[in-house]
Design a protein. Structure first.
Ligand code: CAA
Length: 260
């Protein structure tokens, strides 16, 4: 499939989606959104693909935010009537049940930071810079930044980031639990691919259930989350891959997964 603003490729069971507007620092226009929705749906639908990576092209940016030039021409009524930004969550986050990683190679600002935080986790290069600078444009985060950043780094730091619009470097982002791992810039994609291939080698149904459980920690009370965890665990015990996984452990060999 060929797109105007993104690139997609597969490497074994790993899908790599690259934001590809380097001259605009991969700003997230409406076309980017529609193309990402299509690419993530294709990844979700393809049984041969078991983990995805989202990254940005060029050396400078993952994504420097929603497209300011596009937004500058819109009226408030357009944003409201189109429920602008709603599709990111409804069409990408909620419908992508399989795992995906954000490999952040540079600026992840505004919507770029918010998009990275939609991933299951973030691997960052030493050059990565995160921020929610929307306040400087007279607005505020609109793609989940006030909620996901606060859940990731806590109120004090999230509040300071949103109110000052300052950027956070990779080392601080790792220390603040925003990213899972920081690696040298030139090793970013190798590390992301290695991690994605490892996830893709796991029993696929168990991967989806693990993702669902961890996400529930942000959406349910502790009691509800613990019940959901037990139910998903119990469902997995009925899978062929549970039988195979435990037999493989006892036989001291690798599992041969059926994905069910
Ligand atoms: N939208 C549209 N175009 C953008 C953009 C954006 N978010 N960010 C950068 N660009 C464009 C610039 O306009 C410039 O284009 P031209 O060459 O045509 O002038 C090109 O990308 C390169 O950018 P700079 O010349 O500014 O590069 P720099 O190295 O001097 O600065 C930067 C880099 C600090 C990231 C700076 O580009 C910047 O501050 N960008 C905007 C960041 C921002 O405010 N993001 C939040 C957007 S609002 C949002 O995302 C809402 C939301 O919550 C969803």
């Amino acid at each position: 499939m060929s797109y105007e603003t993104i690139l997609t490729e597969t490497d074994g069971a790993v899908t790599i989606i690259t934001l590809n507007r380097p001259k605009a620092l991969n700003a997230l226009s409406s076309v980017v959104l529609e193309e990402l929705i299509d690419a993530f749906a294709a990844y979700q639908a393809d049984d041969s693909q078991l983990c995805a990576i989202l990254t940005g092209s060029g050396d400078k940016a993952f994504a420097a935010g929603a497209d300011i030039k596009e937004m500058s021409e819109k009226a408030a009524a357009d944003f409201y009537l189109q429920d602008f930004f709603a599709k990111w969550t409804s069409h990408i986050v909620k419908t992508t049940r399989k795992p995906w990683i954000a490999a952040v190679n540079g600026f992840a600002l505004g919507g770029g930071c918010e998009l990275a935080m939609m991933a299951d986790f973030i691997i960052a290069s030493e050059n990565a810079k995160f921020g929610q600078p929307e306040i400087k444009l007279g607005v505020a985060p609109g793609m989940g930044g006030s909620q996901r950043l606060t859940r990731a780094v806590g109120k004090s730091k999230a509040m300071e980031m949103c109110l000052t619009g300052r950027m956070m470097g990779a080392e601080e982002a790792e220390r603040s639990n925003l990213v899972a791992k920081v690696v040298p810039h030139e090793e970013l994609m190798a590390e992301a691919k290695k991690t994605a291939a490892l996830i893709a080698s796991m029993p696929p149904m168990a991967a989806i259930a693990n993702k669902e459980m961890v996400n529930s920690a942000f959406e349910m009370t502790l009691d509800q989350g613990l019940v959901q965890e037990r139910r998903l665990f119990q469902i997995l015990t009925a899978s062929e891959d549970k039988k195979e996984g435990m037999a493989a452990f006892i036989d001291k060999r690798d599992g041969n997964w059926k994905g069910r």
